[in-house]
Design a binder for this molecule. Sequence first.
Ligand code: DX5
Ligand code: ZN
Length: 224
Amino acid sequence: MSRGPLIAPSLLSADFARLADEAQRVADADWLHFDVMDGHFVPNLTFGLPVLQALQAVSPVPLDCHLMIHHPERWAPGYAEAGARNVTVHAEACTGDPRAVARDLRAAGSLAGLALKPGTPLDEYLDVLPEFDTLLVMTVEPGFGGQRFLTETLPKVRRARELVDTGHLELLVEVDGGINADTIEQAAAAGADVFVAGSAVYGADDPARAIADLRARAAGARQR
Ligand code: DX5
Ligand code: ZN
């Protein structure tokens, strides 16, 4: 899988009354990040499967679903069946073995992602990660856009990179939360492949330019 850098604008910061237009505004992006929140796993409520299905029909960019919901084993496969490129579930929300969800997602045709909140250690999931394609390291507490990037999450990104580079894992390392022109280089230097950015893209006057700028910064930081 190409290491990118892949830029994934988050629709959480878009205008919800114009989702199709907002997807078109970021047509240059690699993935379009779709934050599903259930008001229980996180204290916020967004959109779910019917909205994903409607968006899937019009989005020029593959969809990257981030499920911040309880019972992901029940709901996640539906997003894969709807055509999402990647579907990520939270490790903290899985009641059973996360590997079962990963198998269901891959069987339904998407990549399978595992997300970790800032306080969740990576090493507890080393046994299950070989069945996942992406690892989402949350760089803020999940629930809201526009929060400050937590630098204390960088060691987890570095550890994931090391596990991939030494052949222990084969997955894309994704970061989500507080990614902008000031923070993306740190995340890239630590080894992230995929960069979710909500407010930094949709809050910009020119989202296409913001995407290009983030991509260039990530690529530059990786080379150093
Ligand atoms: C937060 C979401 C993020 C959010 C990021 O729980 O998972 O995807 O949209 O927003 P920014 O980039 O503004 O921190
Ligand atoms: Zn997200």
